[in-house]
Design a protein around this ligand. Sequence first.
Ligand SMILES: C[S@@+](CC[C@H](N)C(=O)[O-])C[C@H]1O[C@@H](n2cnc3c(N)ncnc32)[C@H](O)[C@@H]1O
Length: 414
Amino acid sequence: MSDATDVRLAAQYETYPYPQRDPRQEAKRLIVGSPGHLREIDWWVFGARRPRSRPLRALIAGGGTGDATIMLAAHMARWGQPGTVTYLDRSEAALRIAQARAEARGLTNIIWRRASLLDLPSAVEAAFDYIDCCGVLHHLPDPAAGLAALLSVLAPGGGLGLMVYAPYGRTGVYMVQDALRLLAPPDEPPSARLDIARRVMRHLPESNWLRANRNFADHLTGGDAGLFDLLLNPRDRAFDIRALYALLHGAGLAVTALMEPMRYDPATYLPDPKLRARAAELDPVARAALAEALCANMSTHVAYCVRAAAPPEPADAMDDAAVPVARDMPAEEVARAIQPDGTLVFLFDGLRVPVAVPSLAAAILRQIDGVRSVGEIAAVLAGRGTPRAAFNRAWRETWDKMSALNRILLAPPP
Ligand SMILES: C[S@@+](CC[C@H](N)C(=O)[O-])C[C@H]1O[C@@H](n2cnc3c(N)ncnc32)[C@H](O)[C@@H]1O
């Protein structure tokens, strides 16, 4: 059901297709992220059980100017994944930019649809194995109805990748939105509102929380589209992790992973053993809520989920036949980044988190090429004198940490 706010939202994305993208940049870089990364889909949705040779039917619902569509279609072309990516958005302007990006890359595995996701299933021909909906549900009049529409076209055994805004990391955004509603009422033309927003940002008092917030930069570097989307959006709501779980559970979904899983583990922020022990007693949703409240810098939540009634049994990383693969950065480079004190340092939106890895981690990571199996890697290390039991211990810990950081995942069978 559309309302007056929704009409304004539709007009916004026609005038300021989001995010601001220039198709000429495709020659220089591929934008990657979560959700919608093929390695993540292979592991977090399908548990590395779905053969690469089986065609994948993916839907990118509310695809905007094409980031997820281009990434996934490019990954499928690069890694020999047959299938198609169906892009769907109701903004003609956004669709044109996404199409120009695909053309610049010579991608031929994309199907284009201009329609509202609320008109699913009639807007598409068939069901999908993977549905991506990034930054859209929180703009809808009724996010649960939007999610139900997506589920109406989810094939059996399929899964979703979702992104919604999170409240604490957006501190300051809603205060400035409140101010702008008073100075630039939503019924004024978009360009006039944007002018007011720029003036307000120029003299935003030092005490305003948005000035201290370094979790995103849309209003600083995202052009007109970024500024409008963040500060003048006619409707966005943030979901804390409990609200997100309530939405997903209400739709009959189970979360397979939040990105990155380590960020949602309160132990990441609790060196004190007494506090760790208390946190460990909480149920999984409460643990994630505790992590969110402690780090306080999450501005989005990315969740992969599947139907709760039929969760997949993921492949076992300790199995000799399992094939570990680096998400993006070659595992060799991850190995090189290990510090002399045996830690890898990760940045979670500016929060520096050193992660201790076992002394054999570097030797193991150097063998990970997306082709060698765990058994083969163990054999290489055995040839250099590492007993199997020592390998197993080191691999277990390396895998647990690297997968919780979303850096090393398991590849699907051929
Ligand atoms: C914030 S943008 C996100 C774009 C893209 N998913 C990304 O993350 O870069 C929201 C997009 O959702 C689209 N959208 C909003 N409501 C929609 C609906 N009911 N059906 C289809 N698209 C919709 C808008 O046109 C816009 O392109």
